[in-house]
Design a binder for this molecule. Structure first.
Ligand code: SF4
Length: 390
Protein backbone atom coordinates (compact mmCIF):
# COMPACT_ATOMS: atom_id res chain seq x y z
CA UNK A 1 0.00 0.00 0.00
CA UNK A 2 1.32 3.42 -0.88
CA UNK A 3 2.06 5.84 1.92
CA UNK A 4 -1.06 7.90 2.46
CA UNK A 5 -1.27 10.62 5.02
CA UNK A 6 -4.35 12.66 5.70
CA UNK A 7 -4.72 15.48 8.15
CA UNK A 8 -6.19 12.99 10.55
CA UNK A 9 -3.86 10.04 10.00
CA UNK A 10 -0.59 9.24 11.62
CA UNK A 11 2.25 7.90 9.51
CA UNK A 12 2.17 4.46 11.10
CA UNK A 13 -0.26 2.92 8.67
CA UNK A 14 1.68 3.28 5.46
CA UNK A 15 2.56 -0.33 4.76
CA UNK A 16 5.87 0.99 3.41
CA UNK A 17 8.62 -1.62 3.43
CA UNK A 18 11.40 0.88 4.07
CA UNK A 19 12.75 0.95 7.63
CA UNK A 20 11.12 3.41 10.03
CA UNK A 21 12.18 4.89 13.27
CA UNK A 22 9.32 3.92 15.50
CA UNK A 23 5.63 4.70 15.60
CA UNK A 24 4.95 8.35 14.79
CA UNK A 25 2.46 10.13 16.98
CA UNK A 26 1.82 13.31 15.15
CA UNK A 27 -1.05 14.20 12.83
CA UNK A 28 -0.90 16.86 10.14
CA UNK A 29 -3.32 19.05 12.09
CA UNK A 30 -1.25 18.81 15.25
CA UNK A 31 1.89 19.62 13.31
CA UNK A 32 0.34 22.74 11.77
CA UNK A 33 -1.16 23.93 15.05
CA UNK A 34 2.15 23.61 16.91
CA UNK A 35 4.05 25.26 14.09
CA UNK A 36 1.69 28.23 13.86
CA UNK A 37 1.88 28.80 17.61
CA UNK A 38 5.66 28.80 17.35
CA UNK A 39 5.52 31.20 14.39
CA UNK A 40 3.40 33.66 16.35
CA UNK A 41 6.07 34.01 18.99
CA UNK A 42 9.30 33.16 17.14
CA UNK A 43 8.79 33.41 13.38
CA UNK A 44 10.57 36.00 11.27
CA UNK A 45 8.23 38.79 10.22
CA UNK A 46 10.53 41.64 9.25
CA UNK A 47 12.40 40.32 6.24
CA UNK A 48 12.26 42.68 3.24
CA UNK A 49 10.07 40.33 1.18
CA UNK A 50 7.60 40.06 4.05
CA UNK A 51 6.74 43.74 3.63
CA UNK A 52 4.40 45.07 0.91
CA UNK A 53 3.76 41.48 -0.15
CA UNK A 54 3.07 40.93 -3.83
CA UNK A 55 3.52 37.78 -5.92
CA UNK A 56 6.41 39.47 -7.73
CA UNK A 57 8.28 40.35 -4.53
CA UNK A 58 7.72 36.88 -3.07
CA UNK A 59 8.76 35.25 -6.34
CA UNK A 60 12.08 37.11 -6.53
CA UNK A 61 12.81 36.31 -2.88
CA UNK A 62 11.99 32.62 -3.32
CA UNK A 63 14.31 32.37 -6.31
CA UNK A 64 17.15 34.20 -4.54
CA UNK A 65 16.71 32.07 -1.43
CA UNK A 66 17.19 28.83 -3.34
CA UNK A 67 20.57 27.47 -2.17
CA UNK A 68 21.38 30.82 -0.55
CA UNK A 69 21.18 32.02 3.05
CA UNK A 70 18.81 34.81 4.10
CA UNK A 71 21.61 37.07 5.32
CA UNK A 72 23.37 36.81 1.95
CA UNK A 73 20.18 37.41 0.00
CA UNK A 74 18.96 40.56 1.77
CA UNK A 75 21.33 43.14 0.20
CA UNK A 76 20.97 41.54 -3.25
CA UNK A 77 17.20 41.53 -2.88
CA UNK A 78 17.08 45.18 -1.86
CA UNK A 79 19.29 46.29 -4.76
CA UNK A 80 17.25 44.18 -7.16
CA UNK A 81 13.95 45.63 -5.95
CA UNK A 82 15.27 49.14 -6.11
CA UNK A 83 16.27 48.67 -9.74
CA UNK A 84 13.35 46.41 -10.76
CA UNK A 85 10.41 47.27 -8.51
CA UNK A 86 7.88 45.32 -10.56
CA UNK A 87 7.66 42.67 -13.20
CA UNK A 88 7.40 45.15 -16.07
CA UNK A 89 10.64 46.83 -15.03
CA UNK A 90 12.35 43.46 -14.91
CA UNK A 91 10.93 42.32 -18.23
CA UNK A 92 12.33 45.45 -19.90
CA UNK A 93 15.85 44.90 -18.52
CA UNK A 94 18.75 43.63 -20.55
CA UNK A 95 20.47 40.39 -19.61
CA UNK A 96 23.75 42.02 -18.64
CA UNK A 97 22.19 44.33 -16.10
CA UNK A 98 20.28 41.50 -14.41
CA UNK A 99 23.38 39.30 -14.33
CA UNK A 100 25.39 42.20 -12.96
CA UNK A 101 22.99 42.59 -10.03
CA UNK A 102 23.24 38.82 -9.52
CA UNK A 103 27.04 38.68 -9.55
CA UNK A 104 28.23 36.95 -6.39
CA UNK A 105 24.93 35.26 -5.66
CA UNK A 106 25.76 32.22 -7.79
CA UNK A 107 23.54 29.79 -9.69
CA UNK A 108 23.09 32.26 -12.53
CA UNK A 109 20.50 30.15 -14.29
CA UNK A 110 18.14 31.53 -11.64
CA UNK A 111 18.64 35.08 -12.92
CA UNK A 112 18.23 34.11 -16.55
CA UNK A 113 15.04 32.17 -15.74
CA UNK A 114 13.69 35.09 -13.73
CA UNK A 115 14.16 37.41 -16.68
CA UNK A 116 12.68 34.91 -19.14
CA UNK A 117 9.64 34.38 -16.92
CA UNK A 118 9.14 38.14 -16.41
CA UNK A 119 8.99 38.61 -20.17
CA UNK A 120 6.42 35.80 -20.46
CA UNK A 121 4.32 37.35 -17.69
CA UNK A 122 4.25 40.65 -19.54
CA UNK A 123 3.74 39.12 -22.98
CA UNK A 124 1.21 36.43 -22.08
CA UNK A 125 -0.40 37.48 -18.78
CA UNK A 126 -0.69 41.21 -19.31
CA UNK A 127 1.93 41.90 -16.64
CA UNK A 128 -0.13 40.19 -13.93
CA UNK A 129 1.49 37.33 -12.05
CA UNK A 130 -0.61 34.22 -12.81
CA UNK A 131 -2.70 32.89 -9.95
CA UNK A 132 -3.11 29.22 -10.72
CA UNK A 133 -0.49 26.71 -9.67
CA UNK A 134 -0.29 25.26 -13.17
CA UNK A 135 0.34 28.62 -14.82
CA UNK A 136 2.94 29.56 -12.22
CA UNK A 137 4.75 26.23 -12.63
CA UNK A 138 4.83 26.76 -16.38
CA UNK A 139 7.14 29.77 -15.89
CA UNK A 140 10.88 29.25 -16.30
CA UNK A 141 12.70 28.27 -13.14
CA UNK A 142 9.62 27.72 -10.97
CA UNK A 143 9.00 24.21 -9.69
CA UNK A 144 6.09 22.86 -7.71
CA UNK A 145 7.42 23.91 -4.32
CA UNK A 146 8.34 27.46 -5.36
CA UNK A 147 5.00 27.90 -7.14
CA UNK A 148 3.20 26.71 -4.00
CA UNK A 149 5.18 29.04 -1.77
CA UNK A 150 4.52 32.09 -3.97
CA UNK A 151 0.77 31.49 -4.12
CA UNK A 152 0.49 30.53 -0.46
CA UNK A 153 2.41 33.55 0.83
CA UNK A 154 1.12 36.18 -1.57
CA UNK A 155 -2.45 34.95 -2.19
CA UNK A 156 -3.23 32.68 0.77
CA UNK A 157 -3.85 29.75 -1.55
CA UNK A 158 -3.46 26.37 0.10
CA UNK A 159 -0.53 24.56 -1.52
CA UNK A 160 2.08 22.36 0.16
CA UNK A 161 5.74 23.20 -0.27
CA UNK A 162 8.76 20.92 -0.18
CA UNK A 163 12.07 22.71 -0.41
CA UNK A 164 15.27 21.49 1.23
CA UNK A 165 14.45 22.96 4.63
CA UNK A 166 10.97 21.48 4.62
CA UNK A 167 12.28 18.06 3.63
CA UNK A 168 14.66 18.16 6.57
CA UNK A 169 11.92 19.07 9.05
CA UNK A 170 9.48 16.46 7.78
CA UNK A 171 11.93 13.58 7.43
CA UNK A 172 13.13 14.15 10.98
CA UNK A 173 9.82 14.93 12.57
CA UNK A 174 8.00 11.99 10.97
CA UNK A 175 11.02 9.64 10.84
CA UNK A 176 10.95 9.21 7.06
CA UNK A 177 13.99 7.29 5.85
CA UNK A 178 15.43 6.96 2.36
CA UNK A 179 17.12 9.59 0.17
CA UNK A 180 14.52 12.33 -0.54
CA UNK A 181 15.65 12.42 -4.18
CA UNK A 182 14.23 8.92 -4.72
CA UNK A 183 10.84 9.02 -6.37
CA UNK A 184 9.03 6.95 -3.74
CA UNK A 185 10.47 8.97 -0.85
CA UNK A 186 9.70 12.26 -2.55
CA UNK A 187 6.16 11.16 -3.23
CA UNK A 188 5.71 10.27 0.42
CA UNK A 189 7.15 13.60 1.50
CA UNK A 190 4.71 15.48 -0.73
CA UNK A 191 1.91 13.49 0.82
CA UNK A 192 3.08 14.37 4.33
CA UNK A 193 3.61 18.01 3.34
CA UNK A 194 0.07 18.13 1.98
CA UNK A 195 -1.39 16.56 5.12
CA UNK A 196 0.36 19.14 7.28
CA UNK A 197 -0.62 22.21 5.23
CA UNK A 198 -3.61 23.95 6.83
CA UNK A 199 -6.47 25.65 5.02
CA UNK A 200 -6.33 28.63 7.38
CA UNK A 201 -3.29 30.88 7.77
CA UNK A 202 -1.48 29.02 5.04
CA UNK A 203 0.71 32.06 4.36
CA UNK A 204 1.98 32.00 7.95
CA UNK A 205 2.33 28.23 7.96
CA UNK A 206 4.43 28.34 4.77
CA UNK A 207 6.73 30.98 6.17
CA UNK A 208 6.87 29.12 9.48
CA UNK A 209 7.95 25.75 8.13
CA UNK A 210 10.68 27.39 6.06
CA UNK A 211 11.79 29.34 9.14
CA UNK A 212 11.82 26.26 11.34
CA UNK A 213 14.10 24.47 8.88
CA UNK A 214 16.34 27.50 8.46
CA UNK A 215 16.71 28.51 12.10
CA UNK A 216 15.89 25.54 14.38
CA UNK A 217 15.93 22.25 12.51
CA UNK A 218 19.22 23.12 10.89
CA UNK A 219 21.42 20.64 9.07
CA UNK A 220 23.92 19.98 11.83
CA UNK A 221 23.14 20.26 15.51
CA UNK A 222 19.45 21.13 15.30
CA UNK A 223 18.11 23.10 18.25
CA UNK A 224 15.71 20.40 19.44
CA UNK A 225 15.40 21.87 22.93
CA UNK A 226 13.59 24.94 21.59
CA UNK A 227 11.73 23.22 18.76
CA UNK A 228 7.93 23.16 18.84
CA UNK A 229 8.12 19.52 17.60
CA UNK A 230 10.40 18.49 20.44
CA UNK A 231 7.99 15.99 21.99
CA UNK A 232 6.60 14.15 18.97
CA UNK A 233 9.68 14.36 16.69
CA UNK A 234 10.82 10.87 15.77
CA UNK A 235 14.42 11.85 15.01
CA UNK A 236 14.76 13.61 18.37
CA UNK A 237 13.24 10.68 20.21
CA UNK A 238 15.37 8.10 18.44
CA UNK A 239 18.57 10.17 18.32
CA UNK A 240 18.50 10.18 14.51
CA UNK A 241 18.95 13.88 13.81
CA UNK A 242 22.39 13.29 12.27
CA UNK A 243 21.21 10.59 9.85
CA UNK A 244 17.98 12.21 8.64
CA UNK A 245 17.40 13.23 5.94
CA UNK A 246 19.12 10.17 4.48
CA UNK A 247 22.05 11.45 2.41
CA UNK A 248 22.37 10.83 -1.28
CA UNK A 249 24.24 7.62 -2.10
CA UNK A 250 27.80 8.69 -2.84
CA UNK A 251 29.26 8.59 -6.33
CA UNK A 252 32.73 9.64 -7.34
CA UNK A 253 32.65 13.24 -8.59
CA UNK A 254 34.07 13.70 -12.07
CA UNK A 255 36.99 16.09 -12.41
CA UNK A 256 37.66 18.35 -15.38
CA UNK A 257 40.65 20.47 -16.27
CA UNK A 258 40.62 23.63 -18.37
CA UNK A 259 42.98 26.48 -19.24
CA UNK A 260 42.18 30.17 -18.90
CA UNK A 261 43.97 32.60 -21.25
CA UNK A 262 44.67 35.86 -19.41
CA UNK A 263 45.74 38.59 -21.81
CA UNK A 264 46.72 41.70 -19.92
CA UNK A 265 47.46 45.08 -21.45
CA UNK A 266 50.19 47.36 -20.13
CA UNK A 267 47.53 49.56 -18.51
CA UNK A 268 46.22 46.58 -16.53
CA UNK A 269 43.04 45.86 -18.48
CA UNK A 270 42.35 42.21 -19.17
CA UNK A 271 40.53 40.59 -22.03
CA UNK A 272 37.26 38.85 -21.15
CA UNK A 273 34.97 36.76 -23.28
CA UNK A 274 31.23 36.38 -22.90
CA UNK A 275 30.17 32.78 -22.29
CA UNK A 276 27.49 31.26 -24.51
CA UNK A 277 23.95 31.93 -23.22
CA UNK A 278 23.39 28.38 -21.98
CA UNK A 279 25.57 26.11 -19.91
CA UNK A 280 28.03 26.92 -17.15
CA UNK A 281 28.23 30.66 -16.39
CA UNK A 282 25.88 31.19 -19.33
CA UNK A 283 25.94 34.81 -20.53
CA UNK A 284 28.57 35.86 -17.98
CA UNK A 285 31.99 37.29 -18.79
CA UNK A 286 35.15 35.39 -18.00
CA UNK A 287 38.60 34.65 -19.37
CA UNK A 288 38.70 32.73 -22.65
CA UNK A 289 38.78 29.09 -21.61
CA UNK A 290 40.15 26.01 -23.36
CA UNK A 291 40.07 22.31 -22.65
CA UNK A 292 43.62 21.77 -23.94
CA UNK A 293 46.81 23.62 -23.00
CA UNK A 294 47.99 23.66 -26.63
CA UNK A 295 44.68 25.12 -27.76
CA UNK A 296 45.04 27.97 -25.25
CA UNK A 297 48.58 28.71 -26.43
CA UNK A 298 47.62 28.50 -30.10
CA UNK A 299 44.75 30.93 -29.53
CA UNK A 300 46.98 33.41 -27.71
CA UNK A 301 49.72 33.16 -30.35
CA UNK A 302 47.22 33.64 -33.12
CA UNK A 303 45.74 36.74 -31.52
CA UNK A 304 48.61 38.53 -29.83
CA UNK A 305 51.82 36.94 -30.99
CA UNK A 306 54.67 39.03 -32.35
CA UNK A 307 56.91 36.02 -32.27
CA UNK A 308 57.26 33.55 -29.39
CA UNK A 309 54.93 34.26 -26.47
CA UNK A 310 56.18 34.76 -22.94
CA UNK A 311 53.63 33.05 -20.74
CA UNK A 312 53.36 32.53 -17.02
CA UNK A 313 51.37 29.76 -15.36
CA UNK A 314 49.50 31.29 -12.41
CA UNK A 315 48.40 29.23 -9.38
CA UNK A 316 45.73 26.71 -10.21
CA UNK A 317 42.14 27.77 -9.53
CA UNK A 318 39.63 25.16 -8.30
CA UNK A 319 35.87 25.40 -8.45
CA UNK A 320 33.22 22.86 -7.48
CA UNK A 321 30.00 22.58 -9.42
CA UNK A 322 27.10 20.41 -8.36
CA UNK A 323 28.10 17.68 -10.81
CA UNK A 324 31.88 17.97 -11.14
CA UNK A 325 35.04 19.65 -9.92
CA UNK A 326 36.87 22.03 -12.23
CA UNK A 327 40.60 22.68 -12.09
CA UNK A 328 41.44 25.80 -14.03
CA UNK A 329 45.05 26.58 -15.00
CA UNK A 330 45.37 30.32 -15.72
CA UNK A 331 48.05 31.27 -18.28
CA UNK A 332 49.09 34.93 -18.18
CA UNK A 333 50.57 36.99 -21.01
CA UNK A 334 51.60 40.52 -20.00
CA UNK A 335 51.81 43.76 -21.94
CA UNK A 336 49.63 42.59 -24.77
CA UNK A 337 49.25 45.01 -27.61
CA UNK A 338 45.78 45.32 -29.03
CA UNK A 339 46.30 43.34 -32.16
CA UNK A 340 43.29 41.09 -31.88
CA UNK A 341 41.11 41.27 -34.92
CA UNK A 342 37.81 40.32 -33.41
CA UNK A 343 34.82 40.33 -35.66
CA UNK A 344 32.33 39.74 -32.85
CA UNK A 345 32.70 42.91 -30.84
CA UNK A 346 30.03 41.88 -28.34
CA UNK A 347 31.92 38.70 -27.57
CA UNK A 348 35.13 40.23 -26.19
CA UNK A 349 35.88 43.24 -24.04
CA UNK A 350 38.75 44.82 -22.19
CA UNK A 351 37.84 45.06 -18.54
CA UNK A 352 39.18 47.93 -16.49
CA UNK A 353 38.68 47.56 -12.75
CA UNK A 354 39.11 51.29 -12.27
CA UNK A 355 35.91 51.79 -14.21
CA UNK A 356 34.05 48.53 -13.69
CA UNK A 357 31.30 47.99 -16.17
CA UNK A 358 27.84 46.84 -15.18
CA UNK A 359 28.19 43.30 -16.41
CA UNK A 360 27.90 39.87 -14.85
CA UNK A 361 31.28 38.31 -14.12
CA UNK A 362 31.74 34.57 -13.69
CA UNK A 363 33.26 33.55 -10.37
CA UNK A 364 36.70 32.64 -11.79
CA UNK A 365 36.96 36.07 -13.44
CA UNK A 366 36.15 37.80 -10.14
CA UNK A 367 38.65 35.69 -8.21
CA UNK A 368 41.44 35.70 -10.79
CA UNK A 369 41.21 39.46 -11.30
CA UNK A 370 41.36 39.92 -7.54
CA UNK A 371 44.33 37.54 -7.38
CA UNK A 372 46.17 39.52 -10.04
CA UNK A 373 45.51 42.75 -8.19
CA UNK A 374 46.67 41.32 -4.87
CA UNK A 375 49.86 40.02 -6.42
CA UNK A 376 50.58 43.47 -7.84
CA UNK A 377 49.55 42.50 -11.36
CA UNK A 378 46.70 44.89 -11.46
CA UNK A 379 44.07 43.67 -13.84
CA UNK A 380 41.15 45.78 -14.58
CA UNK A 381 37.70 45.13 -15.57
CA UNK A 382 35.94 45.40 -18.84
CA UNK A 383 33.83 47.87 -20.69
CA UNK A 384 31.47 45.77 -22.71
CA UNK A 385 29.14 48.63 -23.43
CA UNK A 386 31.68 50.00 -25.85
CA UNK A 387 34.01 47.10 -26.34
CA UNK A 388 37.26 47.93 -27.92
CA UNK A 389 38.18 45.55 -30.66
CA UNK A 390 40.80 43.58 -28.83
S1 SF4 B 1 12.94 18.20 17.44
FE1 SF4 B 1 14.95 18.54 16.55
S2 SF4 B 1 15.10 17.14 14.81
FE2 SF4 B 1 12.96 17.26 15.42
S3 SF4 B 1 12.08 18.79 14.07
FE3 SF4 B 1 12.69 19.82 15.93
S4 SF4 B 1 14.79 20.55 15.58
FE4 SF4 B 1 14.29 19.05 14.00
Amino acid sequence: MAATISNQLTLADTGDERPRAGAPRLTGDQFATALLAWFDSHGRKHLPWQQQITPYRVWVSEIMLQQTQVATVIPYYERFMQRFPDVRALAAANDDEVLHLWTGLGYYARARNLLRAARVIVAEHGGEFPDTIGAVQALSGIGRSTAGAILAISKSQRHPILDGNVKRVLTRCFGIQGFPGETAVERELWSVADACTPAQRVEHYTQAIMDLGATVCVRSRPLCAVCPMHEPCVARREGMQAVLPTPKPRKARPERTAYAAILRRADGAVLLERRPPTGIWGGLWTFPQFEEHDAALAWMEQHVGDGPLTTQALPVYSHSFTHFDLTLQPILVRDVRERLAVAEADRYCWYDVRQPAKIGLAKPAVDLIRGLAESGDRASCCQPSSPESP
